[in-house]
Design a protein around this ligand. Sequence first.
Ligand code: MG
Length: 323
Amino acid sequence: MTLARFAGATDPGRRRRRNEDSYVIDPPVFAVADGMGGAQAGEVASKLAAGAVKEHGADVESLVQEANRRVHQRSLEDPNTSGMGTTLTVAAVEDSVVSIGHVGDSRAYLVRDGNLEQLTEDHSLVGELMRTGKLSAEEAGSHPQRSMITRALGTDPNVDVDIFSVEPRIGDLFLLCSDGLTSMVDDREILRLVGEKRGDLQELVKVLIKAANKGGGEDNITVVAFEIGEAPDGEDTVVVPAPSAEPDTQPDDEDTLTEADHVPTVDTVVVSVDEISAVYERDRQRASAPRGRRRLLTRALSFLVVIALLFGVAYLIVWGLAA
Ligand code: MG
């Protein structure tokens, strides 16, 4: 097998002034990071994580932990970046496995035998609600808190990372993407576009981004794709081509904040899993509140009717006696 082809692209989308997403194409390592925080902090966070990924050599788990350490450290040192964080989804092709490390709501997909499989679990409010059966996929798409994530890189000194591996097969196509794609384009449409455009991966990532923009482009959109092909010598383990001169890490490494960067653009926030239940309970109570008010009104009206009837009867008796 061989790591035959790969491509990636990012786009700010149609609603955001800044692009807080970053990606890494540095075979055999690929990654997508979606930063968050006020001002330019989200960009700083995702770039720091991408930078840590670039300096790979370690296993995926330590690579993600190192990225976490760097983002967290910076947020402690620089008050402008306090509270910043980022998602990180990394895939490393290692001999006969593809190792994946994941935190947040960016996603890794595998297209195999004409099917699209989401490999990662979304660490998000709606993801948790869906897993516990409290929300359907349709409701999740329009949920007002759909940008709340439950795990992020950089918000704490340590991070809980999902680590797993996939045994690759010839013809496998892996996609890494930020939620700017998946919140605008559903899985069926992604699969359809893959079927149409996978002959040219650079074209495919462009077309996916275009579809997200057409769907509204409400967030920054990033897509990275890589494919496992057949090696000329029929080798079973994945042969990675010699690294090119410069790894493709986007955007550039300008990662300091200035006063001019104070643009109030807070979007994604991190919540704990405990808070999810509280939010869910509050929403449920709000939804049932009108019913509660209606019941109160009905009771008050019934009470008035009874009083009126009593007065009527009393009046009739008094009137009868007088007559
Ligand atoms: Mg995003």
